[in-house]
Design a protein around this ligand. Structure first.
Ligand code: SIN
Length: 330
């Protein structure tokens, strides 16, 4: 049995009703020392560039919001078309377009002045030293609830080389370097399936001091071709795959990490229905990222998923999501 599972939690998850006076269920979760009123987190990459769009997501029921990944300098990203919907999700090759750390810090400060919902600041860099510098510079300006370290963007290989997420040793070094500049703010590392062993990479991050893991980034990259002009549709030709198509991969990734590490997991990938979020929690996620699901389900997906999870807890007589987290491991 995974170290995450206690016998009581296991028993409750298996369907036993808890007896005694009814306690109203709570969706609150503790994520690396931060309390979220709901386990649902806006994933990085969607509606994460401005304080006003982050506020809309917070108001829609997210327990935390994550900024678009930002780097030391402004980046234009890849030319359009950079986002391509298809039957079961999206291909994106945004190319880490962002306004740079200084402007992102101003948006973070504006958000935090107006809403108490925890904010996760996402950073990226093109080399190992850059991650520490980005963390240091951002945290001189603002104090997010968590810092997410994006080592896994699949869309910048032609510029940055293969994502660091493929290399456990590099992930460990980056984690340690960021932790050294984190001023006590918890650090989550965003991982990818594009690696020989996700468990190995996750353990390397944990051993280097990571407080949480986010799994997974978009998958691939993949390609779609315009059959009339006979060329790839994305200007970058290839892009990361997200949305419903990758839910089984995200569930498996969370499952593998839950067995490999003891730090909490933000399960991200493929949530387009409330039931999908519960699958990630049953696999072991403490929090659940929603990104591409907003394209198909709108911001209403947050409220619908919160209602669904609360209903599940109420019907099972369960006081909190603790009883369901990792319950699928038996
Ligand atoms: C992008 O900006 O290309 C996507 C970001 C990511 O996948 O990390």
């Amino acid at each position: 049995m995974s170290p995450h599972l206690s016998t009581d939690r296991h028993r409750a998850a298996a369907g036993d009703r808890v007896t005694g006076p009814p306690t109203p269920p709570s969706l609150a979760v503790r994520l690396a020392g931060v309390t979220l009123a709901s386990p649902l987190v806006l994933a990085s990459g969607v509606m994460g560039l401005s304080a006003s769009s982050l506020e809309r997501v917070a108001a829609a029921g997210a327990g935390a919001v994550t900024t678009k990944s930002c780097g030391l300098e402004e980046r234009q990203g890849h030319p359009c078309p950079a986002i391509l919907p298809f039957a079961h999700g999206l291909l994106n090759a945004v190319g880490l377009a962002n306004p740079g750390l200084d402007e992102m810090a101003a948006e973070i400060a504006a958000f935090q002045a107006r809403t108490p919902v925890p904010l996760i600041a996402s950073i990226f860099a093109k080399n190992e030293a850059g991650f520490a510098e980005a963390a240091g510079r951002l945290l001189e300006r603002v104090t997010p609830a968590l810092l997410e370290v994006n080592v896994s963007c699949p869309n910048v290989a032609s510029e940055f080389g293969q994502p660091f997420a493929a290399d456990a040793d590099a992930c460990g070094r980056i984690t340690a370097a960021v932790k050294a500049r984190a001023r006590g703010i918890p650090v989550a590392v965003k991982l990818s399936l594009q690696c020989p062993s996700l468990a190995h990479v996750g353990r390397a991050c944990q051993d280097a001091g990571a407080d949480a893991l986010t799994a997974i980034n978009s998958v691939g990259p993949g390609m779609l071709i315009d059959i009339d002009v006979r060329r790839p549709i994305l200007a970058n030709q290839v892009g990361g795959l997200s949305g419903a198509a990758i839910l089984p991969l995200a569930v498996r990734a969370v499952w593998d990490l839950f067995q490999a590490v003891t730090i909490p997991i933000i399960g991200t990938g493929g949530v387009t229905r409330p039931e999908d979020a519960l699958q990630l929690i049953l696999a072991g996620a403490t929090a659940v990222g929603i990104g591409t699901g907003i394209y198909t389900g709108g911001l209403e997906l947050f409220a619908a998923t919160n209602a669904f999870l609360a209903d599940r807890l109420a019907h099972g007589g369960l006081p909190s999501l603790d009883a369901l987290r990792g319950a699928a491991h038996g």
